[in-house]
Design a binder for this molecule. Structure first.
Ligand SMILES: Cc1cc2nc3c(=O)[nH]c(=O)nc-3n(C[C@H](O)[C@H](O)[C@H](O)COP(=O)(O)O)c2cc1C
Length: 395
């Protein structure tokens, strides 16, 4: 057995015992009806749990119907959504993964088509059968981009109601059996639009200075922390930068990180961008594997808060190196996991213990153990492509 690579060292955060440092990054599937868990979600999320992932984050799950990005988002605003969520959390946990959930209000980016249907804002003309169109809300009446609805600027009463809806959603998530809760404070959705001066033009206690723009995020984090059992870790996903001159910056994120730590956040999940279309083009210039990891590392170093890093991470060796270099505590993968839901189990074979299938579901593991032993006797492995040394292989 090789020495234990950091990617496979178990970790405990409050009461959550995570078997390794691999997380499924939250990814909207846009295929729920009325916010309800479907058979698709059961198979989709089980795949990652069976595939050895330590922490399985559910996609952005709306705390209110109007907080959905699209009509297909999962929801947690209604008791009727609890049985499905409970089944899903239980199912994920049954394969040894920690089930986590990301709570979201989409703010001014709400009422859009699913990403795979173009992601454009819904209009009365583009409304499909069964879809609903609604009025988005935001810190100010500034739309996300041209063609998007102008959000209604939130009143102080709206803000108070939003805070209690986040708490109610978190309490439901705990009742459903989720063992970690992530607040979505990134990507231009409601809370990040309060943080960024590009979207927040308020002149009251929730706008203007950095301190005022951070107020809502800190209040929600504090409210949720207070309402949750001590054993459940609270995580916040932030956009470390807007990637736009005059927008939210890494320095702002460092201040926010300290504030959220004080409010009881246990880990930051560090992403970036999403607040303005222009930021997408700017960030694309710098995108390479781990392009957001330096933000996470700086936050970790400056604040001592554990961090989850994400962004174009693909290989096991690279993910492991990030941990070995002390850049992060958890490594999350998005698209690479869609490509290969058993990424973590394969990484274990590659980095930790080739031929050890004890972490796989028993009905597979028994067979695969024997199979890999017989391959090894021929000097081969499950990763070996037989045609590679076949003389008949076409050039
Ligand atoms: C299909 C898809 C859906 C996504 N939905 C969410 C989401 O619900 N919440 C979120 O914070 N990020 C979301 N993201 C961003 C991912 O979590 C991740 O941060 C991003 O894809 C970069 O990681 P990757 O390069 O490993 O894919 C989504 C990304 C994809 C590809």
């Amino acid at each position: 057995m090789m020495s234990q690579p950091p990617l496979f060292s178990p970790w405990r955060l409050r009461g959550a015992s995570i078997r390794n440092r691999v997380a499924l990054s939250p990814m909207c599937m846009y295929c729920a009806r009325d916010g309800l868990v479907s058979d698709f979600h059961m198979s989709h999320y089980a795949g990652f749990a069976m595939g050895g992932t330590g922490l399985v984050w559910l996609e952005a799950t709306a705390i209110r119907p109007e907080g959905r990005i699209s009509n297909g988002c999962l929801g947690i605003w209604d008791e009727a959504q609890l049985p499905g969520l409970t089944r899903l959390a239980t199912h994920i946990a049954s394969f040894g993964a920690v089930p986590g959930i990301q709570l979201n209000h989409a703010g001014r980016k709400a009422a859009a088509k699913p990403a795979w249907a173009g992601g454009a804002p819904l209009t009365p003309v583009t409304l499909a059968d069964g879809e609903r169109l609604w009025q988005p809300i935001g810190p100010s009446d500034v739309p996300f981009a041209e063609g998007w609805q102008t959000p209604r600027a939130m009143s102080l009463d709206d803000i108070a109601a939003l805070r209690s809806d986040f708490v109610a959603a978190a309490q439901r998530a705990v009742r459903a059996g989720f063992k970690m809760i992530e607040l979505h404070f990134a990507h231009g959705y409601l809370i990040q639009s309060f943080l960024s001066p590009l979207a927040n033009h308020r002149t009251d206690a929730y706008g203007g200075s950095l301190e005022n723009r951070m107020r809502l995020a800190a209040e929600i984090a504090g409210d949720v922390r207070e309402a949750m059992p001590a054993e459940i870790p609270l995580v916040a996903r932030i956009s470390a930068t807007d990637w736009i001159e005059g927008g939210w910056t890494l320095d702002d994120s460092l201040v926010l990180a300290r504030l959220l730590k004080g409010a009881g956040v246990d880990m930051l999940d560090v992403s970036s961008g999403g607040n303005m279309v222009q930021g997408v083009a700017n960030s694309a210039l710098t995108q390479r594997s781990g392009y957001q990891t330096d933000f996470a590392h700086q936050i970790r170093t400056a604040t001592g808060l554990p961090v989850q890093t994400v962004g174009l991470i693909r290989s096991a060796a690279f993910a492991n190196q990030l941990l070995e270099d002390g850049k992060a505590d958890m490594v999350a993968l998005g698209r690479q996991m869609l490509f290969n839901p058993r990424w973590a189990a394969h990484a274990f074979q590659e980095l930790a213990a080739p031929g050890d299938f004890s972490g796989w579901p028993a009905p597979y593991g028994w067979w695969l153990e024997k199979w890999s032993r017989s391959l090894a006797r021929k000097g081969e492995s499950p990763f070996h492509r037989e045609l590679e040394d076949d003389p008949r292989r076409p050039n």
